[in-house]
Design a protein around this ligand. Structure first.
Ligand code: HEM
Length: 128
């Protein structure tokens, strides 16, 4: 039998939607992150919903529509210092609290999110 994916264990589509709907309004309130994002966040929310679905082991929705994620390349136009990665993760931590994700499931998700966030850093702090 197939191992049950992280995506399924976290509650699938409904949980992913709750996460992105808590996360992006927080990002829009964050003085460091808000200036990087478009004012209308709807499309960003939808792309991240598609992406996180496959990122956590669900169906490859993002790639079906947008092709290979090439996440680091797609983030290159935005100056992302370690402070931005820290702020991104702080807001995601709060979103996971909102959705009520805890325990070993949360730890598994967190480990993937933190390593990806660190990987997105493309500027030194003083380069901002
Ligand atoms: C897009 C910032 C980390 C996944 C974006 C955009 C910005 C951004 C400004 C463009 C929004 C738009 O124009 O719609 C950041 C910053 C991060 C970070 C400051 C701090 C480290 C991450 C991480 C992930 C991620 C950790 C995945 C776990 C995405 C995806 C998109 C995106 C899937 C949409 C790409 C596309 O255009 O198709 N991010 N991001 N980001 N980000 Fe991030």
């Amino acid at each position: 039998s197939e191992p049950i994916s992280l995506y399924e264990r976290m509650g699938g589509d409904s949980t992913i939607r709750q996460i992105v709907e808590s996360f992006y309004p927080r990002v829009q309130q964050d003085p460091l992150l808000a200036p990087l994002f478009p004012e209308d966040i709807a499309e960003t929310i939808e792309k991240q919903r598609l992406f996180l679905t496959q990122f956590f082991g669900g169906p490859p929705l993002y790639s079906q529509i947008h092709g290979h994620p090439r996440l680091r390349a797609r983030h290159m136009p935005f100056p992302i210092t370690p402070h931005h990665a820290e702020a991104w993760l702080r807001n995601m931590d709060a979103a996971l609290d909102d959705v009520g994700i805890s325990g070993s499931l949360r730890e598994e998700m967190w480990s993937r999110l933190t390593s990806t966030a660190v990987h997105m850093v493309n500027r030194l702090p003083e380069e901002r």
